[in-house]
Design a protein around this ligand. Structure first.
Ligand SMILES: [Zn+2]
Length: 130
């Protein structure tokens, strides 16, 4: 969990502990990423999806990625993300993009007010436009 935001990590650990009582195990498939690794993922996505515009729906640049900032985690498996979609808000853990059921970020206000409306995909996220 190198370089991951400590509050995000704390929320994730608490949620994982409670999910374990429901016999659900969290797998962190991706947490913090170096800028170099993020750029590599983006290059791979461009060749996979055929264009930068299509790749942008799935992979951000090193400048905009919340993973590079240490503020996002990708969680598996599907039982864990199903558990989080029900209980995550209680910990401030929110799915941000409708097309990425595995991508979670910390939204402290969600504990009181629920998670904000999801973006369809990262291209709708104003943080991705720089
Ligand atoms: Zn992610």
């Amino acid at each position: 969990m190198t370089n991951l935001d400590t509050d995000l990590l704390k929320a994730l650990r608490q949620a994982a502990l409670d999910a374990a009582n429901d016999n659900i195990k969290f797998y962190v498939n991706s947490g913090w990423r170096s800028p170099a690794y993020q750029n590599q993922l983006l290059r791979e996505a461009v060749s996979k999806y055929g264009s930068e515009q299509e790749a942008a729906r799935w992979v951000s640049t090193a400048e905009t990625s919340l993973h590079v900032k240490g503020e996002a985690v990708d969680i598996g498996h599907s039982d864990a993300t199903a558990w989080l979609s029900t209980h995550g808000a209680e910990y401030g853990l929110c799915q941000i993009y409708r097309n990425e059921s595995w991508h979670y970020e910390l939204r402290r206000e969600a504990i009181d007010h629920g998670c904000p409306r999801m973006y369809a995909d990262p291209t709708q996220d104003p943080r991705m436009r720089k």
